[in-house]
Design a binder for this molecule. Sequence first.
Ligand code: FES
Length: 116
Amino acid sequence: MAEKIDGIGTDELEEGQMRGITVGGQEVLIAKVGGNIYAVENVCPHLKAILSEGTLEGYTVTCPRHGSQFDIRTGENLRWLKGSGLTAGIAKLVKPPRPLRTFKTVIRDNRITIEI
Ligand code: FES
């Protein structure tokens, strides 16, 4: 059963911005895009880089370490590792793509609550 955990104030996140928080022992990337709040796991499924230290363009977060990309709305993997060639091909075979876990968010009393 999902647990609702208080995250941050709505005034702590600007449009187009993301940040990492820890709620309920879970590392969560929280972002505001198009006036909506999204929350996904903040640890890259490739080699555990912190995604909120990467970049956010539209709904796409890019991992700072090897460039994998994910849609923050669905967690879908959009690109698994940056680059091509034999090394990248082997890396993709050894560690196949995985989507990000997503979390439901609710805004109440100017606070963002995350369901873990
Ligand atoms: S750790 Fe994120 S792509 Fe490698």
